[in-house]
Every structure is written in structure tokens, then in C-alpha cells.
Ligand binder design. Structure first.
Ligand code: FAD
Length: 415
């Protein structure tokens, strides 16, 4: 079989992780990104044990440890008085339990770490994909906003939550509004005395929550303030918010919360939407990956880790199909089958994570939500239940899903 050539739309964390997984399997990759440069956009994200296990397997432990923070603990604090209600060890304890570290990381740092490992010549900037034509045994032709075209054996759409390719393969879908917006921002840690640089902090108050965690080797603190919202904001990572608005929303809160927000120069703000899980991620020689496939609310902090898990399974399935020169249909049919196998492995798990993200994470700690005494907010039992709630996600080792018997090929599509 000729070298397999895969086009990836989108050079976000999912697209770059897919490129890395495919390059490791000897597949030729072309990444097409709409932006004219890979800009430093975004603030903090969680790279949970299920994601960091994969990057460790790719030999990235050292560079990752240089830019990310492995928090020592998770603390839940009283939203009004500010005292620590419970403290749950993370660090070594988390790593022992889930088999890999839990990191908090500045999104541009993780993005750069992956981008720097993309072989020269594979990244094509300023190329916004507008559509594709599946040519069957002749592969896929991509079309671009500049009128140009490109050719590949397979197209992987990693073009994020507003994916144009998702619309083409799965039809239009309605964003589901959560009733909340999130303000996010970054503050130099040196401006704040009272906030530790090695701890994930949660203040869960009536209707709103604030999370704060260290990034960039503890030199910065990033926060996510989740507030009720009428939903008039755009669903966009680049929309800005007014720092005074978030300060006003948390005006009566603990001193540390007010000090943190007082130090904010700029904030992003966007309405929190997700989508229902899709019944199918692909057709023929085209598939979806990352947020394009399974947009989820941020409450379990799994956006990046699930995209990285997708990348591993995609790399495995496509490389097996590329290596298989034996009988079993023409090459394009084998590739389409490989994409359906990838989807069959990933769809059930990501649908579960999407559903769990709707009421997971710190939302479980709000005073109104857990009125029972055993799990009252801030109790050790409530915090333990928060950890139990994520254990099936964080202990997941996606390599266990690669067993050939793990997923049935759902269809042998004609392309
Ligand atoms: P994304 O990260 O959204 O990447 C999609 C990529 O595709 C982008 O580079 C986009 O420019 C490109 N693209 C879109 N349409 C096209 C097209 N038609 N043709 C070519 N390229 C296209 N998550 C957090 O938890 N915290 C953050 O602070 C945060 N900041 C973010 C900032 C930005 C600018 C973006 C794009 C995402 C951010 N995220 C953040 C989301 C997080 O990175 C994702 O949830 C997760 O990493 C999964 O990534 P993804 O690659 O599937 O999608």
C-alpha cells in the first residue's frame, strides 16, 4: 500500500495530537489551520491523568513537567468566610491512584509543546476548510475559503466546536445552553499573597462557583468563574468580558476571591453550551475528532484529554488499515472501515463524558445542590464524592480499548 496521507482540519490541541499520533505510526500528515499564525490564545486547562498518560507514552513527560503544574491538593473553601472546608491530596496520591499525573496547564503552553513536534512542512496556515468531496477510491478533495483545494486519502475534522465538517457529515445541530456563562482570566501569582501556587481552589456559593489554579510553573493563577446567565453571550473562545462585571458578581464573597478578581486586568467570557452526542461521526473517508465530535461543558475539564484519547485510537485504527495489504476490500473501503472502527471505540465513552460533564465537577458542591448532611458542601464526604465522580474518566487507559475485539465495526460503508 502507498503511504497513507491524512488531512487534518484544525491545528488546535486535538488536531496537533492527531498529527502526532499519526506521525508516530508513519502516516503522512497535512494540517490545515484557518488562523494565519498559531497565536497564544486561551488561559488554563486541565490535563487529567487519562490525557497525561498518553503524552507520557509519547515521551513528552519532561517538556510537559517544565510548563505544567502538578497541583499538590484540591481545596474547597467557604465562599463567604473563606476558610478551608476540606483538602484533598493530589500530587503523588493522584498519580498513584490514576496511574499518571494530573496537570494544570496554560493552553498556549500545551499547544506550543505539540506544535513544536510537528515535522516541518506539515502545518498549512491561513487555510480555512469550507468543505470536502468524497471521491471514493480517489480519496477526498478538500476545499478552502481562498478557492484552493487539496487532496488526501482521509479527512479528519478537528475544527472545533463550530466545525463546518460536522455540519456536513451529521447535519445541523442545536447548541444546548447550560444557563451559565464562564469568565476566565490570568493573574500574575506575585500580585496575590493569600493564594497558594500549588493548589486547585474551589469556592462554591449559591448559584455561582469560582475555580482557581496555578499554571506556568506557578507564576500565574488562572480562574474560571461560572455564573448564571441569560445566554446572550457568544459561544466563542475569543470573546471578551468586563472584569468589573465579574467583580460585581462576586462582590459579597470571601476576601481571597475579591483580591483575586481585583487583580484581573482582562477577562474572557462566554456562554456555556454543549451538544447532544452525535449518532454518527463520519461518512466514507471523513471523520470528526475532539470538540468537533463531542463538544462538552468544561465542568470535568476533559476537552483536551478526550481529544488526545481520540488521537490515539485514530492513529491505531488508520495505521492498521494502512498496513493491511491483504484481501478485505479495496483500500478506500478499508480506510472507511478503519474510521468507523475508531468512531465505534470512541463514541460511547465520549458520550458518557459529555453527559457527565453536564452536572459534574464543582457544580456538585453548590450549597443548594447537596443539602443532605453526609455530603453537605465542603464536607470531606462531598469532596471525596467529587473525586469518585471523575475516577472512571481519569483512570481510563485508552490503550485498553485498542484490543481488536473491543469494538465491532458498525458498517462496511460503500464510499
Ligand atoms: P479547538 O481547540 O477549538 O481547535 C480547533 C482548531 O481548528 C482551531 O485552531 C481553529 O482555529 C481551527 N479551525 C476551526 N475551523 C476551521 C476551519 N474551517 N478550517 C481550518 N481550521 C479551522 N479550553 C479550556 O479549557 N481553557 C481555555 O482557556 C481554552 N482556550 C481556548 C482558546 C482557543 C482559541 C480555542 C480554539 C480553544 C480553547 N479551549 C480552551 C478549548 C480547548 O482547547 C478544547 O476544548 C480542547 O483542547 C479540544 O480541542 P480541539 O482541537 O478539538 O478544538
Amino acid at each position: 500500500m502507498d503511504t497513507l496521507r491524512v488531512a487534518i482540519a484544525g491545528a488546535g490541541i486535538g488536531g496537533l495530537a492527531a498529527a502526532m499520533a499519526l506521525n508516530r505510526e508513519g502516516v503522512r500528515v497535512d494540517v490545515y489551520e484557518q488562523a494565519s499564525e498559531l497565536r497564544e490564545v486561551g488561559v488554563g486547562l486541565h490535563l487529567a491523568s487519562n490525557g497525561s498518560r498518553i503524552l507520557r507514552g509519547w515521551g513528552l513527560s519532561e517538556p510537559l513537567a517544565r510548563v505544567a503544574v502538578r497541583p499538590a491538593a484540591l481545596e474547597v473553601r467557604d465562599w463567604a468566610g473563606g476558610r478551608t472546608l476540606t483538602r484533598q491530596d493530589m500530587g503523588d496520591a493522584w498519580e498513584r491512584r490514576f496511574g499518571a499525573p494530573f496537570y494544570t496547564v496554560h493552553r498556549p503552553d500545551l499547544h506550543r509543546l505539540l506544535a513544536e513536534r510537528l515535522p516541518a512542512g506539515q502545518l498549512n496556515l491561513n487555510r480555512r476548510v469550507t468543505g470536502f468531496h468524497d471521491l471514493g477510491e480517489d480519496g477526498v478533495r478538500l476545499t478552502f475559503a481562498d478557492g484552493g483545494t487539496a487532496h488526501a486519502d482521509v479527512l479528519v475534522a478537528a475544527d472545533g466546536v463550530h466545525s463546518v465538517i460536522r455540519r456536513a457529515v451529521a447535519g445541523p445541530d442545536a447548541p444546548v445552553f447550560s444557563g451559565m456563562s464562564a469568565f476566565r482570566g490570568l493573574v500574575p501569582a506575585g500580585r496575590l499573597d493569600g493564594i497558594p501556587r500549588d493548589t486547585v481552589l474551589i469556592w462554591a456559593g449559591p448559584r455561582s462557583r469560582l475555580l482557581c489554579y496555578p499554571v506556568r510553573d506557578g507564576r500565574f493563577l488562572t480562574f474560571v468563574a461560572v455564573v448564571p446567565s441569560a445566554g446572550r453571550r457568544p459561544e466563542s473562545w475569543s470573546s471578551t468580558g468586563d472584569p468589573d462585571e465579574v467583580r460585581a458578581a462576586f462582590a459579597g464573597w470571601a476576601l481571597d476571591v475579591r483580591a483575586l478578581l481585583a487583580a484581573v486586568d482582562e477577562a474572557g467570557c462566554w456562554a456555556l453550551y454543549d451538544r447532544e452526542p452525535l449518532p454518527a461521526w463520519g461518512t466514507g473517508l471523513v471523520t470528526l475528532l475532539g470538540d468537533a465530535a463531542h463538544p462538552m461543558l468544561p465542568h470535568h475539564g476533559q476537552g483536551a484529554s478526550q481529544a488526545i484519547e481520540d488521537a490515539v485510537v485514530l492513529g491505531h485504527c488508520l495505521s492498521r488499515a494502512a498496513a493491511d495489504a491483504g484481501p478485505g476490500g479495496a483500500r478506500h473501503l478499508r480506510l472507511a472501515d478503519a474510521l468507523r472502527r475508531y468512531e465505534a471505540i470512541r463514541r460511547p465513552h465520549t458520550a458518557r463524558v459529555q453527559a457527565a460533564s453536564r452536572d459534574g465537577g464543582s457544580q456538585r458542591l453548590g450549597p443548594a445542590e447537596r443539602p443532605d448532611s453526609a455530603e453537605r458542601p465542603g464536607s470531606a464526604a462531598a469532596t471525596r464524592s467529587l473525586v469518585e465522580d471523575v475516577s472512571w474518566i481519569q483512570s481510563h487507559d485508552v490503550r485498553d480499548d485498542l484490543d481488536e475485539t473491543a469494538a465491532e465495526v458498525v458498517s462496511h460503508e460503500t464510499v
